[in-house]
Write a protein that binds this ligand. Structure first.
Ligand SMILES: [Zn+2]
Ligand SMILES: [Zn+2]
Length: 241
């Protein structure tokens, strides 16, 4: 849990037998217009809320949750978060927003076997992930939030509506589960995933100048080597067919 840059705070995921995504808090606290990027696994809401408070951030200053994508390890605790922050909006890429609004949870669980296991483990009801989405993103937006400008980039492949947030002058990339530290990439075998799209998304990110990589899991990278994402894409390309 730390400030990684002006207006960018990091709350580390608390993995159990299922991973818990990191949460990033974006925006100048004085703006009273903060955004959470992702929430985390079911049951991790209280940990995330306490972590936000420990950063000295008033919960009322949090206005929205922007999902990089809607897998359970990122969206699982959204109801817990919105109970603590009742006004917080939910912003999701349109393709995954449409699933959530229909109560179609294939994009949350990714596979049937996992769904049964999680519903049993967490006591999740069949309509646990039916939500109204406040803003449907397409990619290409420039979000003016919390006194900062973040570009939305649609990067499908790990999931159909995956997005990255990119700050071009700070050169910070928040890619969800598409690319991680140590030349790792997200899995591409779940519902809505597509290897060829993932390859194209990686090459799209490879064109960006990136100093700081803030992925959904594992290490964050504060001094990204030149061409890191391109090298990662090239390494994985033979498998992404
Ligand atoms: Zn994921
Ligand atoms: Zn994840």
């Amino acid at each position: 849990m730390a400030k990684v840059n002006e207006g960018v705070f990091f709350i580390q995921g608390q993995d159990e037998f299922i991973p818990d995504s990191h949460v990033y808090v974006l925006g100048d606290p004085a703006s009273n217009d903060l955004s959470l990027v992702d929430c985390g696994l079911t049951g991790k809401g209280n940990y995330k809320i306490q972590s936000i408070k420990k950063l000295g951030i008033e919960l009322e200053a949090v206005k929205r949750v922007i999902m990089t994508h809607t897998h359970l390890d990122h969206i699982g605790c959204i109801s817990e978060i919105r109970k603590a922050i009742p006004g917080a909006e939910l912003w999701v890429h349109r393709l995954e927003a449409e699933l959530l609004e229909k109560g179609d949870d294939r994009g949350v669980y990714g596979m049937n076997e996992f769904k049964g296991m999680c519903q049993m483990q967490y006591g999740l009801k069949s309509d646990a992930f039916r939500f109204t989405v406040d803003k449907k993103l397409e990619g290409g937006e420039s979000l003016d939030i919390g006194g900062m400008k973040w570009e939305v980039i649609h990067i499908p492949g790990h999931s159909m509506g995956g997005i990255a947030l990119y700050h071009s002058s700070l050169k910070i990339l928040i890619p969800g589960d598409v690319v991680y530290a140590d030349y790792a990439i997200g899995r591409f075998d779940l519902y809505g995933a597509n290897a060829d799209q993932l390859k194209k998304s990686l090459y799209r990110l490879a064109d960006l100048e990136i100093d700081m990589l803030l992925p959904g899991h594992n290490q964050i990278v504060t001094a990204v080597p030149a061409d890191y994402v391109r090298k990662t894409a090239q390494m994985w390309e033979p498998y992404l067919v």
